[in-house]
Design a protein around this ligand. Sequence first.
Ligand SMILES: C[S@@+](CC[C@H](N)C(=O)[O-])C[C@H]1O[C@@H](n2cnc3c(N)ncnc32)[C@H](O)[C@@H]1O
Length: 298
Amino acid sequence: MTPSASHEHAHGHTHGHTHEHGGSDQEALTQVLDLDAELFAPYLTSVTARLADAAGDGVTHVVDLGAGTGTGTFALLERFPHARVTAVDSSPEMLARLAGAARAKGLGDRVRTLETDAGAGLPGITDADLVWASASLHHVDDPAAALAGVHAALRPGGLLAVAELDGMPRFLPDDAVAGRPGLEARCRAALDALHAERMPHLGADWGVLLAAAGLTVEQARTEPLELSAPLPASAGRYAHLVLDRIRVALDGLVDPADLAALGTLLDGGPADVRHRDDLVVRSTRQLWVARRPVDTAS
Ligand SMILES: C[S@@+](CC[C@H](N)C(=O)[O-])C[C@H]1O[C@@H](n2cnc3c(N)ncnc32)[C@H](O)[C@@H]1O
């Protein structure tokens, strides 16, 4: 049989955050997601091991909600060798890319893609043993509606894992650019303000929302991660992509001198993050694991 990932569409409104960006921004996002998974692979491995412990035997259907390029999909296929994954995303481009990657890895027959808005429920799914939602739930307009959909998609006793970041990663010492001390902290504060306006659920206490959705929260963890020298070249590329996205987002929102200073970290010159030896990748990861109680109706 030729492995081929199957694809389905579902109705539901398409969420603005996924389609407001141009093609090149989408391409940069796919690279950031893949580099993030590569750099923080040990963290992802430890998380999937924890999920396997919590889920026990017999995991056959995993849903990757807001799957992106499939970093979670592929980690979970490896961790649960008897499972198939339904990769859900509102972006057809992301799903096409994910399906192509699945075929290239010879995993096409274990992956189905489903194009839908996570806020509109998960049509046709009622038997998920595990739903994995990484850096995706904060995009939905109505988290309560999305979590009601997850509750209905889980089998009784099934697990939902919500993985989130506390914001953009950080890379630089306070004095990274001469004459602009505190540059990264100021940019981050401006970005936090922008996100608060555009993505009000970023930084939400998902434990409270999961409990309100009728799920039993079993784990809640916050882990500050830090990667320091010697770093692989991919760390510099990751920092460059992230800071470039930040520079574009903050155009007109910060002091032009800060924007110019940010530019010197990206322009291929001596201060460029791809060449520096003082780069440290800092990122705080949050994880909530919750279970659908066995005695509740869908
Ligand atoms: C930051 S990426 C995370 C991707 C992946 N889970 C990871 O951790 O690498 C967020 C993903 O959620 C998707 N997304 C955003 N809003 C969505 C929605 N309302 N319904 C379904 N997917 C959504 C985006 O298209 C994108 O692929």
